[in-house]
Design a protein around this ligand. Structure first.
Ligand code: SAM
Length: 253
């Protein structure tokens, strides 16, 4: 039976923007830095001495950048990687599963799940995951859905567990945010100005402009408020590169 999507804006990564997703890195060269830091924040949160297997959840795994950054820094864990877009999961299989990039990786197991993030979370048992990570997924959802997801993240994290989210998070200062946006749009236009790349570049420019509309735009103040409202503590922005930032929060023990 076909599963109906619980979240909105499905299909954003089915077309030109999702196809050959990683070509986007030319215009956002800081993304691998944020992915690496997601891996580092995860490593620091996974207890070293532990008998048995620990679980990490990657929401919106896409082509695998976040999963690979985490997998390279942990051992004896099972990473459950969830995404609802078949086009992205095709790339995930190629980058993570088929090429066995994780071979010899200290007992890291990766399981790919095609599902809606909110549905997957709702069907997960409470206190299951040491860490929940997400790379550039939540900004694709309306604020109400983001909050519903965060509530579930807080529920499925183990006490003492950590949420690590690298994402498009607007500065609270609107003038500075607009400067970030203009500079990112200019970079996109510059990177894909060759006629054969223009359709790809345009699809991302449209994507960025859509992300900036009020129903999707997600500010630093909103992120802090949402994370606190679901019971996560010690909310901190670890780093920022223009429009993108890395936020970390912990579930109390
Ligand atoms: C910009 S990509 C990022 C992928 C990867 N985490 C990275 O950092 O490169 C965002 C991903 O979130 C996925 N996504 C968006 N909404 C989703 C939802 N409701 N449930 C599951 N995945 C979703 C998209 O299909 C896409 O693959």
């Amino acid at each position: 039976m076909k599963k109906h999507a619980l979240t909105d804006l499905n299909g954003r990564f089915a077309g030109e923007a999702g196809h050959e997703y990683e070509r986007l890195l030319a215009a956002v060269p800081h993304v691998p830095i944020i992915e690496r830091e997601i891996g580092e924040c995860t490593r620091r949160a996974v207890p070293r001495k532990f008998n048995g297997i620990r679980f990490i959840l990657d929401l919106g795994c896409g082509s695998g950048l976040t999963t690979l950054a985490v997998a390279a820094r942990v051992n004896r864990v099972c990473i459950i990687a969830v995404d609802n877009e078949p086009e992205m999961l095709k790339q995930f299989k190629r980058n993570v599963l088929t090429q066995q990039k994780l071979a010899n990786h200290n007992g890291v197991i990766v399981k790919m799940v095609q599902d809606d993030a909110l549905r997957f979370l709702r069907e997960s048992k409470p206190s299951t995951f040491e860490v929940v990570v997400s790379g550039f997924m939540l900004h694709n959802l309306h604020a109400i859905t983001r909050l519903a997801i965060l509530r579930q993240v807080a529920r499925v994290l183990k006490p003492g567990g950590r949420f690590v989210n690298g994402d498009k998070i607007a500065r609270d200062n609107e003038k500075k945010h607009r400067r970030d946006l203009m500079s990112q749009l200019a970079k996109l236009a510059q990177c894909y100005d060759n006629p054969k790349d223009s359709e790809y570049g345009l699809s991302w420019i449209e994507h960025y402009l859509r992300d900036n509309q009020l129903d999707l735009k997600c500010t630093e103040a909103e992120v802090r408020q949402h994370l606190k409202s679901v019971g996560l503590k010690n909310v901190r922005i670890i780093e920022r590169h223009g429009l993108d930032a890395l936020v970390v929060a912990d579930k109390p023990k």
